[in-house]
Write a protein that binds this ligand. Sequence first.
Ligand code: ZN
Length: 262
Amino acid sequence: MPEILEIEYYRQLAEGALDRPIASVFVDEYAGRGGRPGMDPEVVLPGLSFLAADRRGKVLLLETEGPTLGMRFGMTGGLLLDGLAGIDDLRYGPGTYEDRWIRAAVTFADGGALLLHDPRRLGRLIIDPDVDALGPDALSLTLGELRTALASRSAHGGPPLKARLLDQSKIAGIGNLLADEILWRAGIDPTRPCAHLDDGEIRRLHRRTRSVLDQLFERGGSHTGDHMVARFPGGRCPKDGAELFRATVGGRTTYWCPTHQH
Ligand SMILES: [Zn+2]
C-alpha cells in the first residue's frame, strides 16, 4: 500500500505536469466517488494548468489558478506521467500495468497525460479536498507535534500506540509498514496505550520516525525497512533473533519483537 514516501515520489513525478494546459479529464465511476457536488474534475479542470504539486500525508495536491485537485491512492494506486511510473514497478498492485486499471486521466493540450492506475479501485480524485481533517505531515513532524498526537484524555491511556500512529487525523502519512519499522527501531511495543510513553520514549520515537522516513525514502520506499525480512509467520527479529509476535493492531497485521520492544 502506498504510504507517505510513495506519495512523495508521485509528487515529484507530478512536477513534470506543471504549466501544461489541461485539455480534458476522465474519471471513472470509482475514482469520482466522494467528490463535492458540482465540482467534477471533468468540468472544472479543462482550460486550467497545474501550478504547484504539493502533498499532505498521503494526499497529492495539484494546485491550479482556481481549484486544487486532490488525489488519493488507496491500497494499490500508482501515478503515471507521459507513460512513466512514479515508482519503478507499480509494486503496490499486482506488479503489472493494464489499460483497464486506468481509473482517471488528465490529458494535456500537448498530448501527454497524468494517469491514475489502480487495480483495487480505491483511489480518488477530489476537487478541493478537506485537508484540514488531516494531522501534521509525517515528513516534517516536530517533537511537539508528536507529543500532541500521542496525548489522550482517556483514563486508560488512549488507543494502542500503533493505532494512533496510523490515525491520519493525528499524524498524516504513516501506514502499516512504516509504523512497524519505526516502532521496531525505537524498541517500543505497538500495543501500549499511546499516552503512556515517557518523555525519553517520545523523543526516541520522534528520532526514529525521522530516520526511518529519510532512510527508506533514499532506499526506494516503505517496503525497504530492516524489519521487512521478518514480516511473515515465524519470522525472527533481525536484531536479536527472537520470534516476532504477530497480531492485528489498529486494524492492521502487526509484527513486533517481544525481546527488545517494550
Ligand atoms: Zn528484537
